[in-house]
Design a binder for this molecule. Structure first.
Ligand SMILES: Cc1cc2nc3c(=O)[nH]c(=O)nc-3n(C[C@H](O)[C@H](O)[C@H](O)COP(=O)(O)OP(=O)(O)OC[C@H]3O[C@@H](n4cnc5c(N)ncnc54)[C@H](O)[C@@H]3O)c2cc1C
Length: 287
């Protein structure tokens, strides 16, 4: 995908959430005020029904003991006494968080990027960063797990996640999450509900039917409902980087500037606007 700042032509490798968010920030920078934190951006987006972003109550449970409240979460906590009868869990807390319905949100980013003058070239796969057309003087690497080969980064590993898509669940208005093994979550979306999940080091993109059954069984048990029918099974690879997100500016072998923005693991959506803002600030100082 490509866009432009005032004087530069910019190529972004990857049109996933990181690449698209960088695209929007770059393409709109002329008209949008500089500094907006990710949370504020998402809260603002809830006012746009077409964005797929809405505020949702997230009920985070644990299977044993008392759930710790991380410092960052304190301002968003609604209650530490969550409804107990709703699930089989006993302790948890509830938070008010933005929810991005990915079936809507990525298309929203695509439309917004294109409206601001950016363009997307689908089906382009680069072997090397230097393969990007020389007319682009800045390259932003948002290749996700693809950066393992593209940036020769062996620190990256695919954390495979499988989910089952089921019909909307009656009366399920909040997201239910339990990170203790077995990982379990039920996230209501506009038109359906996502049941999860798994997290294993693997790059196998094929859905495993036995895993789907286990996910649906556990979610139904927790929600105290009969097993719903499965509309779809999905597998994604979280681009996990052992040494953390790579968000840095460097030079390619041909001397052109590259800004790396990958390795967000299971937090790519959560970090997307903040990272895109940092990428943009790097680009200003690189010019
Ligand atoms: C089951 C599951 C649940 C998740 N839940 C959450 C959640 O609740 N909250 C959250 O924040 N995150 C969550 N994540 C993680 C989130 O989905 C990822 O962190 C995010 O999608 C990463 O986005 P990205 O744009 O960096 O990479 P990607 O989405 O992988 O996009 C990379 C793009 O680059 C392209 N590309 C790669 N290599 C090349 C190349 N050589 N040349 C050209 N193009 C290339 C790819 O085709 C792709 O389009 C979840 C992930 C999974 C699997």
């Amino acid at each position: 995908m490509n866009g432009s700042t005032n004087s530069s032509r910019v190529a972004i490798i990857g049109a996933g959430v990181s690449g698209l968010t960088c695209g929007v920030v770059f393409a709109e920078r002329k008209v949008i005020p500089w500094a907006l934190a990710t949370y504020k951006v998402l809260v603002d987006l809830t006012k746009d029904p077409g964005s797929g972003v809405s505020m949702i109550e997230l009920r985070q449970y644990c299977r044993a003991g008392k759930i710790p409240i991380p410092e960052w979460a304190a301002p968003f906590v609604i209650s530490t006494e969550v409804e107990k009868s709703f699930t089989v869990f006993y302790t948890g807390l509830s938070l008010n968080v933005p929810h991005m319905d990915t079936t809507i949100y990525l298309d929203y980013l695509v439309n917004r990027f294109q409206k601001a003058g950016g363009s997307i070239n689908p089906n382009v796969r680069f072997e090397e960063l230097e393969d990007v057309d020389p007319k682009f003087n800045l390259v932003i690497n948002c290749a996700g797990i693809g950066a393992r080969e593209l940036a020769h980064d062996i620190d990256l590993e695919p954390h495979r996640g499988q989910v089952a898509i089921v019909p909307k669940i009656d009366n399920l208005k909040c997201a239910i999450v339990c990170d203790d093994a077995p990982l379990m979550y039920a996230i209501p979306r506009t038109n359906d509900c996502v049941f999860g999940g798994t997290n294993d080091v693997s790059n196998d993109l094929a859905a495993n039917p036995a895993t789907t059954t286990a996910i649906v069984d556990e979610c139904s048990r927790v929600l105290k409902i009969d097993n719903p029918r499965v509309l779809n099974e999905r597998v994604g690879l979280r681009p996990f980087r052992k040494s953390g997100v790579r968000l840095e500016c460097g030079k390619r072998r041909d001397g052109r500037t590259v800004i790396h923005n990958y390795g967000h693991g299971g937090s790519g959506f959560t970090l997307s606007w903040g990272c895109a803002e940092t990428v943009f600030s790097f680009s200003s100082s690189a010019e």
